[in-house]
Structures are given as C-alpha cells and as structure tokens.
Write a new protein. Structure first.
Length: 284
C-alpha cells in the first residue's frame, strides 16, 4: 500500500541502491504540503540514542505539512551491510539516493536535516545538488576530525571501566592501529581506516548562494541560559557571508545524543517547527 493510500501513516520500506538495500521511513505530509525533508542521522551509537527525539520531530514535521524521509545508511540500523563495510563516500552516495527518491515522491522546498555528524553529510550533499536546499542542522559538527577523536576516546574509556590499565599501556592506540591500515573495535563498532579517514577529512564549509537559502542552526544545552558556543558563532559568519539567511539558536534541553534513555527535547522540537514553518510555503 502506498503512502498516498495511507494518509498520515509512516511508510517503512527498503531503498534499493547499487550497494544493497537501505531501510527508510517516510512520513507523508498531512494537509497542505509546505516542503520535504531528508534526515541524515549521526555516527555509530548516536543513531540509537537520538531515535526517540528524531521520531518525535519527524512526526511533528509531518503534521505541520512536511514530508519527511529517514534513511539508515550503509551498515547502520536496519540497513544491509556491517558498520565495518561503511565508508564516508558510500554514506554520501546513500544520501544522494535518498534525495533522489524523495524528489520523486514529494513536492515543495527541500530541506536537508542533519544531526551531529549527519550535518556534515547534509552540507556536503547540499554542495553537490544543482539547486541549494534549505538546511536544518541539529547540534552541528564543524570538524570531522574532532568527531573522530571523540569516538576514539571511547576506546580508552572502555578500557578504564574494565580496569585494563596494563593492557592499555601495552596495546597500540586506536589512531595508530588505523594509521597502520587495520580496523579497530570501539564501543561495539568496528571502525575501518577508510571510514575513519573520510570522517576525519570532512569539514563543514559554506557554499555560495544567491537565492537567500535558509540555514537553521540549533543547539541544545542544559545550561540555565543556553548560548551558542564561540566556534559556532564564528563559523556561522561564513554562511552569512556566502548569502545564506541564518537562524541560529541555543535552546534549553538535555544532551540526548550522549545517553540511551527516555530524554525528550520539547524546546528543540518547538524551535524547529517554529523556524521551519515560518518560512515554509505551500507547494504549487
């Protein structure tokens, strides 16, 4: 049964790609269509820790008139392949395939929505498209090398929790193992040198636009008075200088991408809906 025959209900399916099937979840827009949204998930276990809040946001966007497509990238979630098979280029190709599917099945202005490392994929995909989309970035990662280093530190944390101080001092560091061309096992994930190199080399860069495309940049913070970090504020100037219309906010909320639990982020969801709906226009 097609999404059109099931108004308001999400449609789960497998998207066929040259390298296997990718699990997707499509939320048809309800009411007048205001746009279409492609969601690109974060790295490794953060995919699982963010599922609850992302699902809530996807449903809220669909109720507000946006068609939303979620995809599990190669080796992630319910898609084919192992995490050890994944490469950065393969994930970017998956994002392109998902974009092409959404382009055929939904109408209206296009939004690329990324979370954490997914924001790097979103901005890289945006630079490849013939017409720049709008960007919705949650907890953006500007430098892939910093993201990679954070993930590698989980290896040392795991050894510390297990009390393996002696083996830790004798074993090669994860970065050294990757540099030698060997994969490393970290927090239940086998990271290949190819994927590590691709993530480490990824940088968020503003692409020039002459149509005042929108960038919504949202960060959640549990501080009493949430504010954007200095690195974010400095980086956002490059997007403004490139011609983008920037809406950047820090909202009160938990770091739900860091722990598996029942954290909710109502302020983040509300800020997203307000920012996106304020500039969304019904499709012709």
């Amino acid at each position: 049964m097609s999404a059109a025959e099931r108004p308001g209900l999400p449609q789960a399916f497998f998207l066929h790609t040259p390298t296997g099937q990718r699990f997707c979840l499509f939320h048809p827009a309800q009411g007048a269509t205001k746009g279409r949204v492609l969601y690109l998930h974060p790295f490794a276990e953060e995919l699982n820790t963010t599922r609850r809040v992302v699902a809530q946001q996807a449903r809220a966007l669909a109720r507000a008139g946006f068609a939303v497509l979620q995809i599990d990238l190669l080796g992630c979630g319910d898609s084919e392949g192992e995490f050890s098979d994944a490469t950065w280029d393969a994930w970017l190709q998956d994002a392109q395939q998902a974009h092409d599917w959404l382009n055929e099945h939904a109408t209206g202005p296009l939004w690329l929505w990324g979370m954490r490392s997914g924001t790097l994929l979103a901005t890289l995909l945006a630079a490849r498209l013939p017409h720049a989309p709008h960007l919705l970035l949650w907890q953006p990662v500007i430098n892939g090398q910093q993201m990679l280093q954070q993930f590698l530190r989980l290896h040392a944390a795991g050894q510390w929790l297990e009390g393996n101080d002696e083996s830790k001092s004798k074993s090669a560091k994860p970065a050294q193992t990757l540099a030698s061309g060997q994969p490393v096992d970290i927090a239940g994930y086998t990271l290949s040198p190819v994927l590590a190199n691709g993530l480490g080399a990824a940088r968020m860069q503003a692409t020039a636009t002459h149509s005042h495309d929108r960038l919504i940049w949202l960060e959640a913070s549990n501080q009493p008075e949430p504010t954007l970090g200095p690195a974010s504020s400095a980086h956002l100037e490059s997007w403004r200088n490139a011609g983008w219309s920037v809406n950047a906010q820090a909202v009160s909320g938990p770091a739900f991408w860091q722990t598996v639990g029942t954290d909710e982020a109502p302020n983040l969801i509300a800020a997203t809906l307000q920012a996106v709906s304020a500039i969304g226009e019904p499709a012709a």
